[in-house]
Design a protein around this ligand. Structure first.
Ligand SMILES: [Fe+2]
Ligand SMILES: [Fe+2]
Length: 256
């Protein structure tokens, strides 16, 4: 059943990628933004490498330990490759004028950013890793294609190199999931997919809440505050100048 489902999903991702192609081209066309995105990807890859090194310490499965360690080394190498290319690109450009990276349109390998390795079992971790490596491979393929129109063969080469490793990560995690959980690997993948969907929903909701919060604060500032400011101004006009004792106040000899 898995290959048929993978083919269906690949077709769906393929369609989504075609729709996103002009946007990706636009995102990657600015060399300043490109350099900053590569540097941001380097951070995420290094973070993933640290999580995988921790996973290799925790697992009791000798084969998985070796594979996680190799995976961690790959992610650390990806971090170095992205960092080196990002720095070289920045150094070749004039002053950085880009103010935003558009990470919500073109994120990197972000699947591991909210992973708590200590709380995972071998099965759940492999399912999670398989899905995040697969979506990272899909994204990097799209970015590689978006760079086709740019005169930047070095960055294209970076994605080519990294994509080969991502394909290996995607395949070994699936093969190992089938080995450690031969009967329930489909269920594990379904759970991991639901968890990723839930996290994506939370990310989207918090982004929308942030925008709505900003709008409400602006409306409050311009609609609710002016009447109070006006009232305060009118009250200030009625005040006498200097130190004065209101008529109703009793003698100053009393404490009250
Ligand atoms: Fe990677
Ligand atoms: Fe990877």
């Amino acid at each position: 059943v898995q290959p048929r489902r993978d083919a269906r999903e690949a077709a769906r991702y393929g369609r989504a990628r075609v729709m996103m192609r002009p946007i990706h081209r636009w995102v990657w066309s600015d060399p300043h933004r490109r350099a900053r995105k590569l540097l941001a990807f380097a951070e995420t890859e290094a973070d993933g490498g640290r999580d995988l090194a921790r996973a290799s310490e925790l697992t009791r499965d000798a084969l998985l330990r070796r594979l996680y360690l190799r995976h961690a080394q790959d992610e650390m190498r990806h971090a170095e490759i992205f960092r080196a290319r990002g720095r070289a690109l920045l150094a070749s450009l004039a002053k950085d004028e880009t103010s935003f990276e558009l990470n919500w349109i073109a994120p990197g390998e972000r699947g591991l950013d909210d992973l708590r390795v200590d709380a995972e079992t071998d099965e759940s971790l492999l399912a999670f890793l398989h899905l995040s490596e697969r979506s990272a491979a899909g994204r990097f393929t799209a970015y590689r294609a978006a760079l086709e129109a740019e005169a930047d063969p070095d960055t294209r080469e970076v994605f080519d190199t990294i994509l080969r490793d991502e394909a290996f990560h995607m395949n070994y995690t699936y093969a190992q999931l089938r080995r450690v959980s031969p009967r329930r690997h489909g269920w594990r993948l379904w759970l991991a997919r639901a968890s990723r969907f839930w996290k994506a929903y939370l990310r989207l909701s918090s982004a929308i809440a942030g925008v709505l919060g900003g709008i409400v604060l602006v409306v409050q500032y311009f609609v609710l505050l002016p009447p109070f400011a006006l009232l305060a101004k009118r009250a200030a006009k009625k005040e006498r100048d200097g130190w004065s004792v209101p008529q109703k106040t009793r003698a100053l000899g009393s404490q009250y």
